[in-house]
Design a protein around this ligand. Sequence first.
Ligand code: RB5
Length: 145
Amino acid sequence: MAGEIIAIASDHAGFEYKDVLKRQLTDWGYGVLDLGTDSTASVDYPDFGRRLAQAVAEGKVRRGVIICGTGIGISIAANREPKVRAALCHDATSARLARQHNDANVLALGARLTGLEVARDTLRAFLDTEFEGGRHQGRVAKLGA
Ligand code: RB5
């Protein structure tokens, strides 16, 4: 929903995508909580995955976006927080299903694997799609148990 604040974080490999996607979020009417990193200087992706996961766990934001080179390391880091369901998505279809079936609250992107236009569409699908509930509800509850 426009007006919602979306947290965003990346390591150095995802920094440029973070910059572009931040502007895109603002253009779409979202607020943005930028949790770093602040440049292309080398950093460690677990620090930023965990920082964003904490913001979700503490209720500062409902949803977030994390970006590293592949999206793999930073999603592993974020998923160590039990309240986080981070989904590494490479296209709009995976993002839509991650919302519909898994109630993913964090979108992970790989800047070295996913083109920027596809990443933009993936983010749009993540933001626009509601959780279906129903048969998926109990399964999602087990993820946090
Ligand atoms: C950084 O070189 C790279 O390892 C990192 O961005 C990410 O792809 C790790 O999963």
